[in-house]
Design a protein around this ligand. Structure first.
Ligand code: C2E
Ligand code: MG
Ligand code: MG
Length: 594
């Protein structure tokens, strides 16, 4: 082996060593009784004034335990420990003053003027040496026996086992107590290559990141911990006794690996998981309903790539956000959904700059006089390759990015321009614009709006729609924003009412002016007495609380008549028209008013 090759091997070894040390998360941590006991024992055994558990970092020695000195770290250069970690066995330096390597060593030149050193390497189970258990002595010492070395090595082994434990602790998710999914790779390899089993990989999401964060806030960490244990047990009970393993993919996400199932059996198991997880859990008197999604990937091909299989299982869960309680079983479709979602987010800024967005208007009719009161502005995206993408699909994705602010600003600009044009034609309309929860939660938003003179000028003709779920998400911030908007003359309506968890009494804490009943209750009213009753009850209560009432999804005369009877003020729906571009809308109004 040439010199340069040797150096590269050494460099790699050192880099792995530093990586392993950093993965331990032990540098710069406080002393711990376990390591302190080791240094105390070493000091007692050899009557040593200083004993250390010394970890060799890139440029320094960090002392996890230091008996007999207050030092926490020293420079690594010229130290005994930096040599000790490169040796097999214990490094014994009987008299440092007789050893050229250590003449510059700080503890030799300065107090405590060490003459003797003995250090045993701390070697992790991975074979990587991270430091030493060592001691120094102020006098030369030539009688350090084989038994003494064995004792010191034993102490270093004990330290190493404890550091190893630390590593395996970090491989367990502290919330659900399952091993991390990274461990699954070797399990899949064992099952597929050694046992020659088929592999079924299930990815299970119990609540979703938004809901789990809400639950954490409402129920607290302790209850969530209990809840996750309960959910884990539910799954464990269903899994076959042999060749089944569970891992953590995140707080409320599990990965199950099962070996040896037929394709049909693996689908049956997914169904059983779904049924079991859909049961209500009584958590210390709080009923919890989860909205789990399950993704399944199956392979009976011995060439299985563990990482790819896990990724496919996760991709199998990919279903539209509004689609609750759905388990999407393994499909390429799931993976394609993810790809589509990613490309929607990725393409947004470019497409936005290219001007591929437009606003359409859906008329809103006043039921008292049957006149057009205004319209709802609905955004449209005509994507170059994907065609028209529904706002229901792209808004939730864009809402996770800061692009949503640009989009809201743009919608406001389009609407104020159109209002200007209508005003010039003596057409007076009230336009509602859908706004994201993100806007309502941003405390500087209304300040920015105040600088928009075109908007302030049209404030009385504009209202913002905020979905019920969004209003629920951060009540304090949302409520303040609504008040600020009222002060500049812009009213807020609650959109999609009935789809979230809010009651009207809860909404009544917000200074909103109108409630918009969701189409999902309005549309089935004719055939469903239950839905009709819900709408009737909601209408009466909303009126009693002083809200104006709007209903969307009005497709038939029959529904319009019922809504009128219930006291609804405004209606919107295909009975009148779908959303139209501004020219068609202008045309439509002229015809409607004739
Ligand atoms: P939304 O605000 O509840 O809008 C009503 C949706 O119902 C619209 O879908 C509308 O075209 C549709 N609709 C109206 N009448 C009927 C009917 O009689 N029958 C049926 N089947 N559907 C009807 P659209 O335009 O696809 O918008 C979907 C959602 O996307 C909107 O729901 C709104 O939440 C969001 N959205 C649309 N434009 C914007 C926007 O500019 N900004 C934001 N943040 N969200 C927007
Ligand atoms: Mg709306
Ligand atoms: Mg709506």
């Amino acid at each position: 082996m040439s010199d340069s090759e040797y150096n590269i091997v050494d460099l790699l070894k050192e880099s792995n060593r530093l990586h392993a040390l950093s993965a331990l998360n032990v540098l710069d941590t406080a002393p711990e009784p376990y390591y302190d006991k080791i240094t105390r024992l070493v000091s007692l055994k050899f009557d040593a004034p200083v004993a250390l558990v010394s970890l060799v970092d890139k440029d320094r020695l960090f002392f996890k335990s230091a008996y007999g000195t207050k030092a926490v770290e020293v420079d690594r250069a010229n130290t005994f420990c930096s040599v000790a970690i490169t040796k097999h066995g214990v490094l014994v330096v009987p008299d440092a003053l007789q050893d050229d390597r250590f003449l510059q060593c700080p503890v030799v030149c300065n107090a405590p003027y060490a003459r003797f050193y003995a250090g045993a390497p701390i070697i992790l189970s991975s074979g990587i040496c991270i430091g030493t258990v060592c001691f120094i002595f102020p006098e030369p010492y030539y009688d350090f026996s084989k038994n003494d070395q064995i004792f010191l090595e034993g102490m270093a082994d004990m330290a190493a086992s404890h550091f190893d434990l630390r590593l395996s602790r970090d491989l367990v998710d502290p919330m659900n107590l399952l091993p991390m999914a990274s461990v699954a790779v070797s399990v899949i390899n064992d099952l597929a290559y050694i046992k020659e089993h088929s592999i079924s990989a299930y990815s299970i999401e119990l609540f979703g990141s938004t809901r789990i964060s809400e639950l954490l806030v409402v129920l607290g960490e302790h209850k969530i911990f209990t809840l996750l244990q309960a959910e884990r047990l539910i799954i464990e009970k269903i899994l076959p006794n042999n060749n089944s393993y569970m891992f953590s993919l995140g707080v409320d996400r599990f990965l199950c690996i099962v070996g040896g199932l037929s394709r049909d059996q693996s689908f049956i198991l997914a169904d059983r998981m779904e049924v079991a997880l859909s049961k209500v859990i009584d958590l210390e008197s709080t009923p919890i309903i989860n909205v789990s999604k399950i993704g399944l990937a199956y392979s009976d091909n011995m060439d299985v790539q563990p990482g790819g299989l896990i990724r496919m299982a996760i991709a199998g869960m990919g279903s539209p956000r509004k689609n609750f309680a759905s388990s999407t079983l393994y499909s390429e479709e799931g993976e394609n959904n993810i790809k589509r979602r990613l490309s929607i987010i990725h393409d947004f800024p470019g497409s936005f700059k290219e001007g591929n967005f437009s606003i359409q208007y859906q008329p809103k009719i006043n039921l008292k006089n049957n006149k057009v009161a205004g319209a709802e502005a609905l955004i449209r995206w005509d994507h170059k390759t994907l065609g028209r993408i529904s706002p229901d699909e792209f808004i939730p994705l864009i809402e996770d990015t800061s692009f949503i602010y640009q989009l809201s600003e743009w919608s406001i600009k389009q609407v104020t321009n159109d209002l200007d044009a209508w005003e010039k034609q003596d057409i007076h309309l009230n336009i509602s614009i859908n706004m994201s929860a993100k806007n309502f939660q941003k405390d500087t938003w209304v300040e920015t709006l105040k600088k928009n003179n075109a908007l302030l000028d049209k404030a009385n003709n504009i209202c913002f729609e905020l979905t019920e779920t969004a209003a629920f998400s951060n009540i304090q911030a949302v409520s303040e924003t609504i008040d600020q908007l009222n002060r500049i003359g812009i009213k807020t309506h609650i959109d999609d009412f009935g789809t979230g968890h809010c009651t009207l009494t809860y909404i009544s804490q917000l200074n909103v002016s109108a409630i918009k009943l969701d189409q999902q209750f309005v549309m089935p009213m004719v055939n469903s007495p239950k839905d009709k009753m819900i709408v009737e009850h909601t209408c009466h209560l909303a009126k009693a609380l002083g809200f104006e009432l709007i209903a969307e999804g009005v497709e038939t005369e029959a529904i319009k008549d019922i809504l009128k009877e219930f006291g609804v003020d405004y209606v919107q729906g295909f009975l009148y028209s779908k959303a139209m571009n501004v020219d068609d809308f202008n045309h439509w109004i002229k015809n409607y008013n004739m």
